[in-house]
Design a protein around this ligand. Structure first.
Ligand code: ACO
Length: 314
């Protein structure tokens, strides 16, 4: 299930994160709220996943969440939106197949038309794949806006306790420029719809995904840090896909890294798929956990099955 693909993922120039932003629906749904829908309980959900509550869209859409996160990222970057030349949106829950979420954002944000704007589906690894694409597609003078946005609740079967307790809605975004800074990446893809699929609803073999995720997380982190010529112990912060506290704890133990170096906000958002890494990244920045000059590894894993990691110096 876990296969490594080339190319090597050593890239120059790298990309610098100029600003980040995030957004989440107003409605908070607690574990106790879910006990009124399915046969579950707060203790089971917390102890098996670390999730306490999640945000569920009511009036919000994948597009409105993406727009809010993108606006926040543009504001924090202090970049003139007219300079954006590449717009990538990672999502498995676009509001519609076409026009793409990226095209809608181009219009909503009043961005210029001379640009490349498209959606990308790599499930929960989507934001990582999008960062890698941005680094490879950006012109030397270009600026990229990369967004992860999801309303997974629209694909959640609220009669299935195996899945409905895990997922939530949200969005995150980052504004990037090419820069002579280190950037390394590693990614995998392996077709497997037995472990996880999204057709009308999300269906998942939790234990198969758990086994894949723990291996992929540690492997991708080892690969990118090695490419960067760093020891895992030299990384200041790991921002991983926020699926399950136990998956992250397992990886921290395998890598012999203190758990405190792994940023976590899954307790309040649950698993927001492609939105999870940029949402966590934004909270790490705004909460002062990630500071300029620090070494950070961002990691995603999920449906596909896919996984990916990037090494950056923030
Ligand atoms: N409340 C109470 N009991 C539950 C619930 C629930 N919400 N869900 C399942 N159970 C029961 C099961 O029915 C089972 O009962 P049984 O023993 O009587 O049959 C028991 O709990 C144990 O079920 P398991 O599936 O073995 O539980 P496990 O310890 O594996 O935890 C979990 C399940 C949390 C899903 C775990 O396997 C996991 O985290 N997997 C990874 C999932 C993941 O990360 N997915 C996201 C990545 S991909 C993406 O993001 C799209």
């Amino acid at each position: 299930m876990e296969k490594t693909m080339g190319p090597a993922g050593v890239s120059a120039p790298g990309i610098r994160i100029l600003g980040t932003g995030s957004a989440a629906p107003a409605q908070i749904v607690s574990n106790d709220d879910l006990t009124r829908i399915v046969d579950t309980n707060d203790e089971w959900i917390r102890s098996r996943t670390g999730i306490c509550e999640r945000r569920i869209a009511t009036v919000e859409t994948t597009r409105s969440l993406a727009r809010a996160a993108a606006r926040a990222a543009l504001a924090s970057s202090a970049i003139d939106p007219a300079r954006i030349s590449l717009l990538l949106c990672a999502t498995v829950t676009p509001d519609q197949a076409s026009p793409s979420l990226a095209c809608f954002l181009q219009r909503d944000l009043g961005l210029r038309e001379q640009m490349l704007a498209f959606d990308l589906n790599a499930a929960c690894s989507g934001f990582i794949y999008a960062l890698i694409c941005a680094q490879r597609l950006l012109d030397p003078e270009g600026i990229a806006l990369v967004v992860g946005s999801e309303t997974l609740s629209r694909r959640t079967d609220f009669t299935d306790r195996n899945t409905c307790v895990l997922f939530g809605d949200g969005a995150g975004a980052a504004v990037l420029e090419p820069a002579p800074v280190p950037f390394f990446w590693s990614a995998t893809a392996c077709g497997d719809d037995d472990a996880l699929s999204i057709r009308e609803h999300i269906r998942m073999d939790g234990q198969a995904v758990f086994r894949f995720a723990t291996k992929a997380l540690a492997a991708r982190i080892r690969e990118v840090t090695e490419k960067a010529g760093r020891a895992v112990a030299e990384i200041d912060l790991f921002v991983c896909h926020q699926a399950n506290r136990r998956i992250i704890t397992h990886a921290a133990r395998q890598l012999a890294v203190p758990l405190e170096r792994f940023f976590m906000n899954l307790a309040t958002y649950g698993n927001t798929s492609a939105a999870s890494v940029p949402l966590a990244l934004d909270e790490a920045v705004t909460g002062g956990r990630l500071k300029r000059g620090q070494r950070v590894v961002l990691v995603g894993f999920g449906g596909g099955l896919t996984s990916g990691a990037v090494y950056l110096e923030y």
